[in-house]
Design a protein around this ligand. Structure first.
Ligand code: TRP
Length: 372
């Protein structure tokens, strides 16, 4: 049976065919990396697998020149282990010298998901930002803002919203349709606001012309194409072309993309040990055979096994250990239940640590964002 699949900024359905999307969107795989990046977990494991104009960022890193990492999140649903992939990217770029700009897409959630600004604020602060801090976000060189409230400094705020307004002159309705398919006025406005998110670090009121890298899931690429085009058309400013990196989606428990709107697809960072065990045992798609005898004889398929993907993309740092799990599972020496037990143990030991850090992070929220 052919599963229906579609990838747009506001919906990811079914299996994601990365090769096809790269071709269709005109994104390039990552080829050469400087030695300091090659060995980084996210590149080594292919979590970050594609890019646009990454070269200028790599050369800024190499020559210790300033650059910005700008990204955003729509705080709808619970923060789950799939979100860790983007969070890790933020922190990697921060470590490499980037100044971080992080947008809370509360206006987008209002326009595209009909979620109130207040709900977005609560979820962003008490779940997303809290998790970022617990995962190691550094408050130095890090600016988190809400789309609905860019800055208390009116010069900065004015210039941000001015940019969104001016950009709208340089796009036609047909281009919107070509990039997004069916699109409402609210979503057009959200797309232009996201373009302003990505471009405004380069305004004179912020950093001035500077390379900016935007790490995203591949579903967000239409927004990048729009912003990149508009940035070169608008007459009032000169922008350095945007760079972007693309991270693989963490598969949901039963395949497809892990989705915050489907609790049986995800493991949340607040899940208990028992919940994790139950979810993995009950829902995690297995590449194993139906019976033990068959599995021993024919072996399992780690490449489609969700637990193996979780180890590969997140929880097993040790390359040798990962390779031995791969081989043992494939040969039938390791059973599906054993792979599940190991994965449960890994996730739970991560969550135990993380939940402690989350508690500590509560005291530090105010260092990252204005509360009350
Ligand atoms: N649209 C993004 C999402 O759905 C959130 C977002 C808003 C964003 N502004 C951004 C992402 C700027 C990258 C850069 O998650």
């Amino acid at each position: 049976m052919e599963k229906e699949s579609s990838v747009t900024p506001w919906e990811v359905k079914g299996e994601v065919d990365y090769a096809r999307l790269l071709r269709e969107f005109g994104i390039s795989p990552i080829k050469e990396l400087p030695p300091q990046l090659k060995d980084e977990f996210l590149f080594r494991r292919g979590v970050i697998f594609a890019q646009r104009d990454l070269k200028q960022i790599l050369s800024a890193i190499g020559s210790k020149k300033p650059f910005v990492m700008m990204t955003g999140m729509m705080p709808t649903g619970k923060f789950h282990i799939g979100h860790i992939l983007v969070a890790k990217q933020m922190m990697l770029f921060q470590k490499l010298g980037a100044k971080l700009y992080i947008a809370v897409a509360d206006i987008e959630a209002y326009l595209a998901r009909t979620q109130s600004l207040e709900t977005s604020r609560q979820i962003a602060i008490n779940d997303y930002i809290l998790n970022y801090i617990a995962l190691g976000l550094n408050k130095e060189n890090c600016e988190i803002y809400f789309q609905s409230s860019r800055s208390k400094n009116s010069e900065k705020a004015n210039s941000f919203y001015r940019l969104q307004a001016l950009l709208s002159r340089y796009v036609t309705f047909n281009e919107f349709k070509a990039i997004y398919g069916d699109i409402s006025p609210g979503k057009m406005s959200a797309a232009l606001l996201q373009a302003a998110d990505m471009l405004h670090p380069q305004l004179p009121e912020f950093e001035g012309q500077i390379p900016v890298v935007v790490p995203v899931g591949i579903d967000q690429d239409p927004h990048l194409r729009l912003a990149r085009d508009l940035s070169q058309r608008i007459k009032d400013y000169k922008f350095v072309q945007l760079s972007s990196t693309y991270n693989i989606f963490l598969p949901g428990l039963s395949g497809g993309k892990m989705s915050a709107s489907d609790p049986s697809s995800y493991i949340a960072l607040t899940d208990t040990e028992k919940e994790v065990e139950k979810k993995i045992k009950k829902y995690a798609f297995s590449g194993g055979k139906d019976t033990i005898a068959e599995h021993r004889k024919l072996g399992g398929n780690p490449d489609i096994d969700v637990c193996f993907q979780y180890l590969n993309l997140l929880f097993e740092e040790d390359d040798k250990k990962l390779a031995s799990i791969y081989n043992n599972y494939k040969s039938g020496k390791m059973l599906s239940s054993e792979l599940k037990d190991y994965t449960i143990k890994k996730i739970n030991s991560f969550l135990k640590e993380h939940q402690k850090k989350r508690e500590e992070a509560k005291k530090r929220l105010g260092e990252f964002i204005k509360l009350n």
